[in-house]
Design a protein around this ligand. Structure first.
Ligand SMILES: [Zn+2]
Length: 69
């Protein structure tokens, strides 16, 4: 599952999920975010390569498209 590129609130526990700290899912034509803790029980850190990758992808996309959705 891919990491979220946009921050949001976990639909399971309601926690704030920064970029790369959760997974995103297609839901009713939009996206919803689930934190990694709910998904797999892992604790995420800023230094995780998945987090860095999600931030990198987000920033790259921002340059190409002004509007993400
Ligand atoms: Zn959660």
């Amino acid at each position: 599952m891919a990491r979220n590129r946009y921050p949001g609130y976990c639909y399971c526990c309601g926690a704030y999920v920064p970029t790369g700290y959760g997974h995103f899912e297609r839901h009713k034509g939009g996206w919803r975010v689930k934190c990694v803790k709910c998904a797999s029980g892992r604790t995420v850190k800023d230094t995780d390569k998945e987090v860095k990758r999600a931030i990198m992808l987000r920033d790259k996309q921002k340059e190409v498209r002004k509007n993400g959705r």
